[in-house]
Structures are given as C-alpha cells and as structure tokens.
Design a protein around this ligand. Structure first.
Ligand code: HEC
Ligand code: HEC
Ligand code: HEC
Ligand code: HEC
Length: 187
C-alpha cells in the first residue's frame, strides 16, 4: 500500500518540476535577461521608422546575420568601391564620400586603418547606420522568428534609405560628371 504522504509529496515535486520546466521555455524566461519589457507581444508592432541615433557597425556585423545578402553584395562593384581608388586618392576627401560608407558622419569611415569594415559602398551606405537594428535582432539570436518578430526587427532599419539614396553617389547617371582624377590602375 502506498503511503499517502509519499504520494502527496511526489505529486508536489512533479508539479514543481513541470512549472520549472515550462518556465525554462516560456518566452519571458528566454527574453528576461535582455529586457522583456521591449519584447512583449503588444510591443512587437513594427516601428514607424528606424530609431534615430544609430551608429555605423560595419559590413562584418551585418553579414554575420545576412549571409545571402552578403554573398550577393560581395560580387558587386560596390564591394570594390574603395579598391578602385589608387593610393593617393584613398585619403582624398573629395573621393571618400562616395567610395566609402558614412564618410564625414560621426561614426562613419575615418581611414582604412581605423574603420576597415566601412570601405567601399557597404551595407550601411544604402540601409543607413544599423547599431540599434543589430541590437534588436540579437535579442532573438538562435530562435526561429515569428512573422511579427521579423516585421518588428525589420522595422528597425531602412529597407533603403529615403530620398533615393543611390542618386547621392550616382550623379554621373544624371546631368553631372564624375569628379576628374588621374586614371591609373589601382594595385
Ligand atoms: C543579429 C542578427 C542581425 C544583425 C547583426 C543584422 N540584422 Fe538585419 N535583420 C535581422 C533580422 C532577424 C531581420 C528581419 C528578418 C526578416 O524580415 O526576415 C533583419 C532585417 C533586415 C532588413 C530588412 C528590413 C525590412 O524593411 O524588411 C535589412 C535591410 C537589414 N536587416 C539590414 C541589416 C544591416 C545593414 C545590418 C548591419 C548594420 C544588419 N541588418 C544587421 C537580423 C540581423
Ligand atoms: C559623387 C560621388 C562620387 C565622388 C565624389 C567620386 N566618385 Fe568615383 N565613382 C562614383 C560612382 C557612382 C562610380 C561608378 C560609375 C558611375 O556611375 O559613374 C564611380 C567610379 C569610379 C571609378 C571606377 C571607374 C571605372 O572605370 O571603373 C574610379 C577609379 C573612381 N570612381 C575614382 C574616383 C576618384 C579618384 C574620386 C575623387 C577624385 C572619385 N572617384 C570621386 C561616385 C563618385
Ligand atoms: C547599393 C545599395 C545596397 C547595398 C550596398 C546593400 N544593400 Fe541591402 N538592399 C538594397 C536594396 C535597394 C534593397 C531592397 C530590395 C527590395 O526592396 O526588394 C535591399 C534589401 C536588403 C535586405 C532585405 C531582404 C532582401 O534581400 O530584399 C537585407 C536583409 C539587406 N538588404 C541586407 C544587406 C546587407 C547585409 C548588405 C551588406 C553586406 C547590404 N544589404 C548592402 C540595397 C543595398
Ligand atoms: C556611397 C555611394 C554609393 C551609393 C549610395 C550607391 N552607389 Fe552604386 N556605386 C558607387 C561606386 C563608388 C561605384 C563604383 C565602384 C567600382 O567601380 O568599383 C558604384 C557602382 C555601381 C554600379 C555598377 C556600375 C558599373 O559601371 O558597372 C551599379 C549598377 C550601381 N552602383 C547601382 C547602385 C544602386 C541601384 C544604388 C542604390 C540602391 C547605389 N548604386 C548606391 C557608389 C554608390
């Protein structure tokens, strides 16, 4: 015959285990170290526009999550936009605005030594600086995102920056000429 106290005790233990186990996998438990207040369902509405004050993080950070886009970008001339400059133009301010990413912005390109991940026309030249987007996305690392979560994360960066970002550099496709420079093969 089973002791009633034993049965009662085991049931209680089982209950505690179930609660603990469920807690381990509930969204709040997973997200709590990262600030659950920003991630509850009612907060997961897409933002009206990407948050202000983002800093440039560089292509490598973006590529760590966006592998496919990174591969296609690498094959474009944009990825080589700095390499086409010969040595003397690599420090020429009149070239860097278009041949690097975020030149003359506070956290943008400074020099190839200081900001190697911002050479050429990299991700953030078209999508805008993405530090807060990366932080937002990191909260979901290793998880399969729901559609609402994807929209929420996606809304923290520009799909393409407004005001036709391409034209900021591609003046020569309008009525202007590309700036004059001495043509020689870049090494
Ligand atoms: C920690 C991972 C992570 C990092 C780092 C990251 N992203 Fe994302 N990004 C995501 C996720 C997740 C989404 C939403 C996924 C979806 O829509 O399928 C997203 C969406 C986007 C979108 C689509 C926006 C839209 O309107 O649909 C763009 C553009 C983008 N990211 C660019 C970038 C750029 C540029 C960087 C670097 C500054 C970057 N991402 C860094 C995970 C990341
Ligand atoms: C207003 C933006 C802008 C500035 C400033 C600029 N470039 Fe360019 N550059 C471009 C674009 C855009 C292209 C791609 C071709 C095109 O659309 O004209 C390009 C292409 C090039 C190429 C490749 C040409 C080829 O034949 O493949 C070289 C080399 C180059 N630029 C050098 C320079 C140098 C040197 C300077 C500074 C004296 C400079 N650029 C300043 C936007 C610019
Ligand atoms: C020359 C501009 C340009 C550069 C550089 C660029 N992108 Fe994009 N990207 C775009 C445009 C334009 C779209 C929008 C395509 C659309 O709306 O269908 C886009 C879309 C995306 C998307 C949304 C999903 C998709 O494939 O449509 C992601 C994610 C993304 N880019 C990430 C990146 C990353 C990461 C890099 C750097 C490795 C990068 N982009 C570099 C212009 C650029
Ligand atoms: C930050 C400046 C910048 C922005 C923004 C930019 N580009 Fe470019 N683009 C360049 C430069 C510089 C080159 C030339 C790179 C080289 O020759 O290696 C180039 C090259 C190209 C080429 C190849 C041209 C050729 O002669 O083969 C195409 C196509 C192009 N860009 C399209 C776009 C589109 C579309 C957008 C917007 C979604 C865009 N670019 C945004 C700077 C820019």
């Amino acid at each position: 015959m089973i002791d009633r106290r034993f049965l009662c005790c085991s049931l209680f233990t089982l209950l505690v285990l179930i609660v603990a186990f469920a807690g381990l996998f509930s969204p709040t438990a997973i997200l709590s170290p990262l600030g659950p207040s920003t991630l509850f369902a009612q907060d997961l509405k897409p933002l009206d526009k990407p948050p202000a004050g983002q800093t440039f993080v560089g292509e490598k950070v973006c590529s760590s999550c966006h592998f496919d886009q990174s591969l296609t970008w690498r094959k474009t001339k944009h990825a080589k936009g700095f390499e086409v400059l010969t040595e003397k133009y690599r420090t020429d301010k009149s070239c860097l605005k278009c041949h690097t990413t975020g030149f003359e912005e506070e956290t943008g390109f400074k020099s190839v030594e200081a900001t190697p991940a911002l050479v050429g026309t990299s991700c953030e030249a078209c999508h805008g600086p993405g530090s807060k987007h990366a932080e937002t996305a990191k909260q979901f690392t290793g998880k399969e995102l729901s559609d609402a979560q994807k929209k929420y994360v996606g809304s923290s960066i520009y799909r393409t920056q407004p005001k036709n970002v391409c034209v900021g550099c591609h003046l020569a496709q309008g009525h202007k000429k590309h700036p004059e420079y001495v043509k020689e093969e870049a090494k």
